[in-house]
Write a protein that binds this ligand. Structure first.
Ligand code: NAI
Ligand code: MG
Length: 358
């Protein structure tokens, strides 16, 4: 298989972790006789410094021609003083919107080697394995108007969705549930919001096409509570943009480390942007300390969702498990009796497993 991948390392540890993930993709290509070609472009703070904009035209053009995109992270204190439209995050929001990547998938699965690292009790997080499907290009973060009014005495943001925007994200969630444990929780605020009432109607309508998937509706406040009291009761969660943003960050503490969490932002034709959930971690950037596993697991999601290479994706996930089983860990993970390694050593261990596994 031949695929072209655009790399957007971005800022801080984004540079280190995407380099590690690229090496893993190269190891997969070699072992399974695929051809992956790469080209790298600027986004975020790095792009602001060299080209005066967080999302240069050539970056967008390259992404539009790519089969998949691998992004590191954007941002850092040196750009915090910039006005909203010039900030590094604008690059990220912009590329998601321009590529119409409407579905953000965040799998959250506790690695048994790391359960003790969660702030929650081991017996609560043990067995949790869920997927959050967040709508990414609509809702409150994009609705117009969004402005100060009446000489600054009023302010408005808008939560707007078209029917078709809801249908496509809900359909993606049903598809994901179908290949997992076949249970979908739709999260909304239907007791208050009209948009949530339409959301519920769409979920009910869609559920007729997926009779094998059980559906429940849950109010977002109840869901926030249940996520930490009984996370293992969830399989797939589908929700609108802002609820998904908040719930997915909440769910990320289940596994204990930001350095372990991958994500995918995809659209119906399979093109996707893959990125670790964590940020640019300026406090450890450039020290070869960053945990590359979130980026490596994001690359595994690319193999699965954009290239349909299920076996290869599983091979990468298994390699990560084996390295953790052997008690290797980066500085962010406290592993009892473990062997601490640098970010690049961690990547090398994973690659060793990929190349040697039968
Ligand atoms: P952060 O995720 O960058 O870091 C939070 C803490 O976790 C830090 O102590 C960091 O050292 C640690 N950490 C994060 N990833 C790690 C990894 N792979 N290995 C080891 N330790 C890791 O979040 P923070 O500090 O709130 O933001 C820093 C910058 O990143 C800000 O400019 C922020 O805007 C940006 N950011 C960007 C995101 C993105 O590009 N998607 C997401 C979140 C933040
Ligand atoms: Mg967030």
């Amino acid at each position: 298989m031949k695929k072209h991948i655009v790399m957007l390392p971005g800022d801080g540890i984004g540079q280190e972790v995407t380099k590690a993930a690229k090496k893993v993709l190269e190891a997969v290509a070699e072992r399974y006789h695929h051809t992956f070609t790469f080209e790298s472009h600027e986004i975020g703070g790095a792009a602001i410094d060299s080209q005066g904009t967080p999302l240069p035209e050539d970056t967008v053009a390259a992404c539009k021609k790519a089969d998949a995109i691998l992004l590191g992270a954007v941002g850092g204190p040196q750009w915090d003083h910039l006005p909203g439209h010039m900030r590094p995050e604008k690059g990220l929001l912009g590329i998601r919107k321009k590529m119409e990547l409407f579905a953000n998938l965040r799998p959250i699965k506790g690695f048994k080697q790391l359960l003790h690292a969660s702030p929650l009790k081991e017996e609560v997080v043990s067995g949790s394995d869920l997927l959050i499907v967040r709508e990414l290009t609509g809702g409150l973060y994009f609705g117009e108007p969004s402005e100060r009014r009446n000489g600054g005495k009023e302010v408005v943001d808008t939560l707007a969705y078209s029917h078709s925007e809801i249908v496509r994200i809900v359909d993606q969630a049903f598809q994901s549930a179908r290949v997992r444990r076949k249970h979908l929780t739709s999260v909304d605020k239907a007791n208050v919001l009209e948009s949530s009432r339409m959301w519920r109607e769409v979920v009910e309508e869609k559920s007729k096409e997926y009779p094998d998937v059980t559906v429940e509706h849950m109010l977002v406040d109840a869901a926030a509570m249940k996520l930490i009291t009984s996370p293992s009761s969830f399989d797939v969660i589908v929700t609108e943009n802002m609820f998904g943003d908040i719930l997915s960050d909440e769910a990320s503490v289940l596994t204990g480390s930001l350095g372990m969490l991958p994500s995918a932002s995809i659209r119906s034709d399979g093109v996707g942007l893959y990125e670790p959930v964590h940020g640019s971690a300026p406090d450890i950037a450039g020290q070869n300390k960053a945990n590359p596993l979130a980026a490596i697991l994001s690359a595994a999601m690319m193999l699965k969702y954009s290239f349909q290479l299920e076996e290869e994706a599983e091979q990468v996930e298994n390699a990560v498990k084996e390295v953790l089983d052997a008690r290797f860990h980066t500085a962010d993970l406290a592993v009892h009796d473990g062997v601490e390694v640098s970010g690049s050593e961690m990547a090398a261990k994973v690659i060793e497993q990929i190349s040697s596994n039968d």
